[in-house]
Design a binder for this molecule. Structure first.
Ligand SMILES: Nc1nc2c(ncn2[C@@H]2O[C@H](COP(=O)(O)OP(=O)(O)OP(=O)(O)O)[C@@H](O)[C@H]2O)c(=O)[nH]1
Length: 367
C-alpha cells in the first residue's frame, strides 16, 4: 500500500466489547460533564511511540485509559502485540484500532466516529491516548480534536507529544531537506507541546545541538530527554496545552499547513508492505536474514522500519521483531494465546521495497 491515498470513507473501526466495572474509582477529572483529555502521541517511524504508550500504561497514575492505535492496514495485530496491556497494573479500558491508512488522511472520519463512541462510555475512562502512525501529519488531527464543534464539549485536546529518535533525527531532517515532499518530521515537531528526545543512550554528547535544532523548528516546545521514554508522567498528563494562551500560534500553524497541497502530505515514495509465513522459523536464520537485509544491504531496498510477530521453532512464546534502520531486536514477548493464529507476520516501511525478494528470502528462514 502506498501511503498518501486520497480521502475515502472509513473502512474499519473496531470497538472491543465493554468490560465489566472499572477497576479504579472514577477520578474527579472524569465527572460526567468534564471533557475527557486526549493526548496525541506522534513521532517519526520507530522513534518510540509504542514504548511511551507502554510506559504510560504501566505507570502508577490511577487513570483509566482508552487507547486508539492508528496503523496501516498491513500492521493490524502487529502494533497491538507491541503494547503490553495490563503490565504492572496498567488498565486499558478500550482499544480502538484504526486501520487502513493514516489517521491524518484516509481514516480521519473513522477517528471522529471512534471518539464519538468512546465519549459515550466516558464515565468509564479518564484519558484517551491516540498513537498515530510514524508518518502522520498532526495538522488534520488538531483540526478534528481542537476545532470540531460536536466533539468539543465531550473531549479536549490535552497535548501533542512528539517522540524523537535522537540517533536518527538528523538523518530524517536531512532527507526531508533535500526532498520536495511534505516533511512529516518537521511538522510533528512544529505542532508538539512536548518533545521527548528519546534513545539518548544511543548518542554521544551532541544532545544540546539536537535540542537547538528542535527549538529552531518550534521555539516554544518543552524538550525532555529520555531513555525508553521514561519521563515524569506530569510532563504528559493534564497539560491543557490548547487554552486561549496558545491558540493564535496554533491558528497560524494550521493556516500554514493548509497551504500544502493534500497529496504532498506524505512522501509518496515511502511504501508499506507485509510478508507472511505459515510455518515456524528458525531464530538463527531470521537473525542472519536481518543482518543481510539491514546491515549488508544486499538489495537496493531502503528499509526505514520493520516490525513483526514471529513464530519461532521450538518456542511457546510469541516473539516480536523490531528494527529501526539497521538496529534490530528479536525478543520473546509472551505465550501465544490459544485463539491466536501462529502465523509469522512482518511489516516493512521504506523506499523501493520489493515484496518478492522479502517474501522469498524470509521463507528460507523456515525451520
Ligand atoms: N536503545 C533504545 N531503544 C529504544 C528506546 N526507546 C525505544 N527503543 C526501541 O526502539 C524500537 C522502536 O520502538 P517503538 O516504541 O516500537 O517505536 P514506534 O515509534 O512506536 O514505531 P512505529 O509505530 O513503527 O513508528 C523498539 O525496538 C524499542 O525497544 C531507547 O530509548 N533506547
Amino acid at each position: 500500500m502506498e501511503v498518501g491515498d486520497d480521502d475515502c470513507p472509513p473502512l474499519a473501526v473496531e470497538l472491543p466489547p465493554q468490560t465489566a466495572s472499572p477497576p479504579f474509582p472514577a477520578s474527579s477529572s472524569a465527572s460526567a460533564s468534564a471533557p475527557v483529555g486526549v493526548t496525541v502521541i506522534t513521532g517519526y517511524l520507530g522513534a518510540g511511540k509504542s514504548t511511551l504508550v507502554n510506559y504510560i500504561l504501566s505507570g502508577q497514575h490511577g487513570k483509566r485509559i482508552a487507547v486508539i492505535l492508528n496503523e496501516f492496514g498491513e500492521e493490524i495485530g502487529v502494533e497491538r502485540a507491541m503494547i503490553n496491556e495490563g503490565q504492572g497494573g496498567a488498565v486499558v479500558e478500550e482499544w480502538v484500532e484504526l486501520a487502513n491508512g493514516c489517521v491524518c488522511c484516509t481514516v480521519k472520519h473513522s477517528l471522529v466516529q471512534a471518539l464519538e463512541q468512546l465519549v459515550q462510555t466516558k464515565e468509564r475512562m479518564d484519558h484517551i491516548l491516540l498513537e498515530t502512525t510514524g508518518l502522520a501529519d498532526p495538522a488534520p488531527l488538531v483540526s478534528i480534536l481542537w476545532l470540531d464543534d460536536q466533539l468539543e464539549s465531550s473531549i479536549r485536546l490535552d497535548s501533542i507529544i512528539t517522540v524523537i529518535d535522537a540517533k536518527n533525527f538528523r538523518r530524517q531532517i536531512d532527507e526531508h531537506m533535500n526532498s520536495s515532499s511534505f516533511p512529516e518530521a518537521f511538522h510533528q515537531i512544529a505542532f508538539a507541546d512536548v518533545v521527548i528526545l528519546n534513545k539518548i543512550d544511543l548518542v554521544k554528547d551532541d544532545l544540546e545541538d539536537l535540542e537547538r535544532q528542535i527549538h529552531d523548528v518550534n521555539a516554544l516546545v518543552t524538550v525532555v530527554r529520555s531513555v525508553r521514554c521514561q519521563v515524569d508522567l506530569n510532563t504528559i498528563f493534564d497539560r491543557q496545552a490548547y487554552g486561549v494562551k496558545n491558540s493564535s500560534q496554533l491558528q497560524e500553524l494550521l493556516e500554514y499547513s493548509k497551504s500544502a497541497p493534500p497529496n504532498s502530505r506524505h512522501d509518496n515514495s515511502i511504501s508499506t508492505l507485509c510478508i507472511y509465513e505459515q510455518d515456524p522459523v528458525c531464530l538463527a536464520k531470521v537473525e542472519s536474514w536481518l543482518e543481510d537485509l539491514l546491515w549488508e544491504k544486499k538489495s537496493n531496498m531502503d528499509i526505514y522500519r520493520c516490525k513483526g510477530i514471529l513464530n519461532i521453532h521450538d518456542s511457546n512464546q510469541l516473539h516480536t521483531l523490531q528494527a529501526v534502520r539497521e538496529v534490530y531486536e528479536v525478543v520473546p514477548a509472551r505465550e501465544w494465546s490459544e485463539t491466536q493464529s501462529r502465523m509469522n507476520k512482518i511489516v516493512f516501511i521504506g523506499r523501493d521495497l520489493d515484496i518478492s525478494i522479502l517474501q522469498d528470502s524470509f521463507s528460507r528462514c523456515k525451520h
